[in-house]
Design a protein around this ligand. Structure first.
Ligand code: FMN
Length: 217
């Protein structure tokens, strides 16, 4: 369709959108987003993902309060001064804003992964619970973020739930054979999408042998 973003434009402008409106996101839209997420690749097409969509206000409050408390604990005294306009300070302020408003975010998707030992870990070294299949879940998470961007929705990838994952899994009845890989708050954006800034591609690309780079890239 003519008014759809190109894949390149979506990838270049899909920044972490942490300031979201509380306006509801229709279920049909959430379905389309997740139906796009699951088009992602996974190891041997095992599709070891599962998603828990938090819509109920009480469930979002449970998640949001813990998320906010942990953001403050993790940041400690790094909560930036309002006068500081550096990039780092703006990022931290946005992360705090998301924490403060997580409970009001209309949809929070928890991307879960079935636990599975990476084959590089030999059977005799496998102690305790296997980690969730991160490598097979993150492509779906990226698809979800891009689908949000394409539909004009703001979203960001968060992982601070790790600090209360056991309590969260108990509360939501997530079975032990899964882990929660990422929590993605989704809503209509307060801010605007814009180009993401990254280190120039030439600085992270090597040709044929490490160290052979192209300054013109
Ligand atoms: C593995 C991973 C974990 C992340 N965890 C968090 C998080 O807990 N909270 C948060 O606000 N952002 C989190 N982010 C988002 C990053 O901060 C964000 O992608 C990065 O700063 C680039 O932002 P930009 O795309 O807006 O330039 C995470 C991103 C990744 C890939």
């Amino acid at each position: 369709m003519a008014d759809e973003l190109s894949a390149f434009e979506a990838m270049h402008t899909m920044r972490a959108m942490r300031r979201l409106k509380p306006d509801p996101v229709p279920d049909e839209v959430v379905r389309e987003l997740l139906d796009t997420a699951i088009r992602a690749p996974s190891g041997q097409n095992t599709q070891r993902w599962a998603f828990v969509v938090l819509r109920d206000p009480e469930t979002r409050r449970f998640f949001g309060e813990r998320y906010r408390d942990w953001i403050y604990k993790l940041l400690g005294d790094r909560v930036p001064d309002p006068a500081d306009d550096s990039k780092g300070a703006r990022l931290l302020r946005a992360a705090v804003h998301l924490g403060d408003h997580m409970s009001e975010t209309p949809v929070i998707v928890l991307a879960c992964g079935k636990r599975d030992w990476p084959f590089a870990v030999p059977p005799d070294k496998r102690v305790g619970k296997a980690p969730p299949s991160y490598g097979s879940v993150y492509p779906a998470v990226q698809n979800l973020l891009l689908a949000c961007r394409a539909r004009g929705l703001g979203a960001s990838l968060t992982t601070a739930h790790q600090m209360f994952e056991t309590e969260l899994m108990d509360y939501l009845g997530i079975p032990e054979e899964y882990g929660v890989v990422a929590a993605i708050p989704i809503g209509y954006p307060e801010g605007r999408f814009g180009p993401v800034t990254r280190q120039p591609v030439g600085t992270v690309t090597h040709f044929d042998r490490w160290g052979q780079q192209r300054p013109d890239w």
